[in-house]
Design a protein. Structure first.
Length: 80
């Protein structure tokens, strides 16, 4: 084999490996971005569920509160 052929073969191997690593890094970046989005959406879902739980506690309190203020002594906070 001539030196030129060997040089071109090594250059081709390096180019292919560089392209493969670049493709893998782009795919990894996309996967990390997707994971970050899922975490943010999960955090928003937790915040919304806490708001709904607070509203639900208000509704339950309003439904079962006695009409007379003197009967409030027997009420206790709902357990978490």
């Amino acid at each position: 084999m001539r030196i030129r052929t060997k040089f071109l073969a090594v250059l081709l191997v390096e180019l292919i490996s560089f392209m493969a690593l670049s493709g893998l890094s782009v795919a990894t970046f996309d996967r990390v971005r997707q994971m970050k989005l899922v975490v943010e959406q999960g955090t928003q879902l937790i915040a919304r569920s806490r708001q709904v739980y607070g509203l639900l506690k208000d509704v339950v309190f309003d439904l079962f509160t006695p009409t007379r203020p003197s009967a409030l002594w027997c009420l206790r906070p709902a357990p978490w």
